[in-house]
Design a protein around this ligand. Sequence first.
Ligand code: PAF
Length: 290
Amino acid sequence: MQTATTLEVLRSAVDQLRAGGKRLALVPTMGALHEGHLTLVREARRHADAVAVSIFVNPKQFGPNEDLDAYPRRMAADCALLEAEGVELLWAPGVEEMYPAGFSTTVSVAGVSDGLCGAARPGHFDGVATVVLKLFNQVRPDVALFGEKDWQQLAVIRRMARDLDLVRPHVEAIVGVPTVRETDGLAMSSRNQYLSPAARAQAAALPQAMREAIAALAAGSAAAPTLAALEAHLLQAGFDSVDYAALADPLSLAPLDTLGDAPARLLVAARIGGTRLIDNMHVGPTGKPE
Ligand code: PAF
């Protein structure tokens, strides 16, 4: 695996990997890699001849009171995992390389960025969209893969890719990869390691409560009482607070009052033991594209 920390080295590595019309996939990450990221890498391999992974803890997507400094950084362990997966290229720029002095551009995707996590974390999706557009321009991948665990992030990136004509010829496809879960159903996340053993055990209530809510919605319950019951379940199970629980259109993320014939998404963010966990699940008919 070649590691690039400067744009100059990255560009020549990318040129070599793309020589002869070879296809390149990009898996953007912030490191602290776990099985969920490795699933993205394996899926990337199915779409391309070579796989590039970026590791960059993006300061622009953290709010002033968020966990930027505490965010886990484990470059040596991450490199070993990527080497074992046969990744061809690691792009690991420093903050100065990504945002040189005088950097003053922000990409903002209105609408889909505004509610849910966007309401709780003002500016977060501007930071995500800005860095992802830069990563696309830097690596010029044919395909880029993102976890469905961050469903709103995926919706923001898809909207940006459509609005800014990135999808062809720049990035042929944005691929969403289903969430990888622990055996008790908790969605894998780099932030799970912040949980104490007690909070980690209680956190399994999140996917359980969501599955119960999905069963209720499928049986005809309206969204409002179902989401209120979901919140009550989480608080009773030991969660400190619920930022939001929403039934939404999967693409626009507009809230829905009831489950209709079309696919919908159940999205939740809740805090336990000082850690904010998010999860989302498909609701409604299977097999219909979202
Ligand atoms: O999902 C993440 O890890 C980050 O938000 C991303 C997409 C790498 C942008 O910094």
